[in-house]
Ligand binder design. Structure first.
Ligand code: AMP
Ligand code: ZN
Ligand code: FE
Ligand code: FE
Length: 302
């Protein structure tokens, strides 16, 4: 009995619709799944309905891109260097229609809509003849309103400017790529509070992506997130090797945090399989029990 608590649908940058994703989850033998699209709850109702038909426990989720520089938060100490990597916070068991999550969705769409054309401008300066209209058309054809770098990457691949999505990120779209443009990110405190407001649990996604090599620094960073209200961390993820997973479990234990795990399935866009992490249902059961203990989303906190 397995669960997969980190997946993306066409509501953000996955390639399976929410219904298709539920079907794939059932076919992969999963007993529970979470849909955690980037900065949107749009796919949750559809995926939840299909999961109910297929007899799978459904966790309505979200993945919020946050600013790894916690310096603006009160718990900061002056000598801490912020991580240079990525801070994504998962929300589990969130209410689909929470106004604070809707507000975040709008703010993140605005941030992407400012940045995305700037990326295309840079690509054009580099002599790559694509247009933002092509990116928008591709995203619209896939039914998403959250346009991200993967959609730009797909246009680059489709027009033969690069051979693959990894190459698109390495050469152009990634942090060290020639067309990288930063976008506005949400303070972590705001993300955690919004998830709690929506009745959910806040879980640090793929801690390895923070780019903190030393165990002690990573643990100190997670401890600061815990002081902002973080409820748990993702120990098992496609980007984690066995030693990172063990490290995360030790930190969760030390900091009395919940644990989670998932594949971060994006459909055809990444070579990741649903249920690739073989996360036991006990992980889901503990998260569900913790959420129930909080009142099961009957009251907003924070
Ligand atoms: P955005 O949120 O628009 O900045 O796009 C970030 C998304 O791009 C991530 O959530 C991943 O799904 C995807 N991504 C990031 N790095 C890579 C990579 N090296 N290869 C493929 N996809 C990536
Ligand atoms: Zn993604
Ligand atoms: Fe992520
Ligand atoms: Fe993800």
């Amino acid at each position: 009995m397995y669960c997969d608590l980190h997946t993306h649908s066409t509501a953000s940058d996955g390639t399976a619709t929410p219904t298709e994703l539920a079907d794939l989850a059932a076919d992969a033998g999963l007993s529970a799944m979470a849909l955690t699209d980037h900065d949107t709850t749009e796919g949750l109702a559809e995926c939840g309905a299909r999961c109910a038909q297929r007899g799978i426990q459904f966790v309505p989720g979200i993945e919020i891109s946050s600013d790894p520089n916690l310096g603006r938060d009160a718990t900061a100490t002056s000598d801490e260097r912020p991580p240079l990597g990525t801070l994504h916070i998962l929300g589990f068991f969130v209410r689909h229609d929470d106004p604070e999550l809707a507000h975040i969705h709008q703010r993140m769409c605005d941030a992407r809509n400012q940045r995305n054309p700037a990326i295309v401008d840079r690509l054009r300066q580099l002599g790559i003849d694509i247009t933002y209209e092509q990116v928008q058309a591709l995203a619209a054809a896939q039914g998403t309103r959250v346009i991200g770098r993967p959609h730009i990457g797909e246009v680059l691949v489709a027009q033969g400017h690069v051979a693959s999505m990894p190459e698109a990120f390495d050469r152009y779209l990634g942090r060290h790529g020639a067309a990288y443009v930063r976008r506005d990110r949400l303070p972590a405190r705001t993300a955690v509070n919004a998830i709690h407001h929506a009745g959910g649990l806040a879980i640090l996604a793929h801690p390895v992506q923070l780019g903190l090599q030393e165990h002690a620094r990573l643990q100190a960073f997670i401890q600061r997130l815990a002081s902002l209200g973080l409820d748990g961390l993702e120990t098992h993820h496609t980007d984690h090797d066995a030693s990172m997973a063990r490290s995360c479990e030790a930190m969760a234990h030390a900091l009395e945090l919940l644990t989670s795990g998932g594949s971060d399935y994006h459909g055809a866009r990444k070579s990741v399989q649903l249920n690739g992490q073989r996360v036991p249902m006990a992980v889901y059961d503990r998260l569900y029990a913790a959420w129930q203990n909080r009142g099961g989303g009957t009251s907003g906190e924070a």
